[in-house]
Each structure stands twice: as C-alpha cells, then as structure tokens.
Design a binder for this molecule. Structure first.
Ligand SMILES: [Zn+2]
Length: 209
C-alpha cells in the first residue's frame, strides 16, 4: 500500500495489512500506521486521540497534537576500485538475512554526514575520507508493530582504507557486487532497492559523481 493510498483511506477503520491484502486469509489485521496504534493521548492519557487528515493525531480532551513526521536516515554507497558496490547482510528484523546498504537512523542533533561516519565505523570498521550527497528516497519501516516513516539520505563515501573492513553491529557480512550481478529482489527495504537501482543506472553512465 503506497502512502497516498494510505491517506485516501483515513476514514476506514479496518485496513488489511500487506501480507493479507491479496490473499484469501481470513485474518484481518490493522495496518501498523500510527493512527491505528496510538490510541491514548501521551500528554493527558485520555482515549481521545483522533487521526487528522494533515498527518497528525489530535487529542479532543486537552488539545495536544502529535505530528507524524519522517525520520532522517542515511544510506551509504561504498565502491571499490573495480566499481563494485558494497552491500551488507542484515542481522536483525526487519528484513533479517536480506541485503542492505550500510547506514541507519540519524541521531537527534546529528548531521547526515556525522551519521554516515558513525554508522560506517560501527558496522564496517571503516573510516570515511570524503562524502558526496546523491539522492533521497522515502521509506516506511515497521518496527515493534508500529510504522515509522523515514527519508533515506544517500551519500557516496570515499574510504581511507578498505583493508580494515570487518562486519560488526547489526551486519552479518559485507560483500562487493558488480552492478550487473546485483539481484534487487535480495534487498529488503523498498527505498534501498530504489537507491541501488539508481546506482546501477548511474554505473551504466560510468560515474556516480
Ligand atoms: Zn490529551
């Protein structure tokens, strides 16, 4: 279900979750969109938290409004001398065992560039020499039964020394793929699939910078 489809059905209380949308499965599930999950006002505690069509929840009792925003995240493109792209294998859900780009959420008060440097050090033990901003792609991310919205800021990173590469943190392994060998179906997140597709298209033009 796309975001626009989501918003066109705001008056609908029961919404099929993705796995059951096109199946005959008898179980109906609420979508994990925050409008279905957040039932109580976090300020006064009353069950009067109502979804508004401007992407917020408003408390009828105390007037508190909670906005549903995109969180910033970073995705990092790392290439070797042969132009192969580094993809990681995820250790945890969502998309456990599937391929991903290194990166993650931007911490509060952190810049996108700082998030890239921190995540690449944490996940791959690599030091970034220079970063080049590329594109941004929105994504939906279900964690703990709640849908989060992200904007994945994509950077191409020049690495000081690829020889120190070692998988850590939430990464099982890191592998380099030639653009023609990348199977997009093995990539978990929709946004990352779009970013890698963009990389493949750019590689065909012989440069991503
Ligand atoms: Zn309230």
């Amino acid at each position: 279900m796309s975001l626009s489809e989501n918003f066109s059905t705001v008056k609908t209380i029961l919404i099929f979750s993705r796995p059951y949308r096109h199946s005959s499965h008898p179980i109906m599930m609420l979508s994990p969109h925050p409008r279905n999950v957040l039932k109580y006002c976090p300020k006064c505690g009353k069950k009067s938290f109502v979804y508004q069509e401007n992407d917020s929840l408003l408390c009828d009792a105390c007037g508190f409004r909670f906005y549903i925003n995109s969180s910033a995240a970073v995705a990092v493109l790392i290439t070797d001398k042969q132009g192969r792209l580094l993809l990681t294998r995820r250790k945890f859900e969502p998309h456990q065992g599937m391929l991903d780009l290194p990166g993650g959420f931007v911490d509060v008060g952190e810049t996108g560039e700082e998030a890239c440097i921190r995540e690449i050090k944490e996940e791959l033990a690599l030091d970034i020499e220079k970063l080049h901003y590329k594109i941004s792609v929105p994504n939906e991310y279900v964690y703990g039964g709640v849908m989060y919205f992200t904007l994945d800021l994509t950077f191409h990173a020049e690495i000081k020394d690829l020889n120190t590469l070692k998988a850590h943190d939430d990464v099982v392994e890191a592998l380099f793929f030639s653009p023609e060998d990348i199977n997009l179906n093995k990539i978990g997140a929709t946004s990352i699939r779009k970013i890698v597709q963009w990389f493949i298209d750019q590689s065909a033009k012989e440069s991503i910078d």
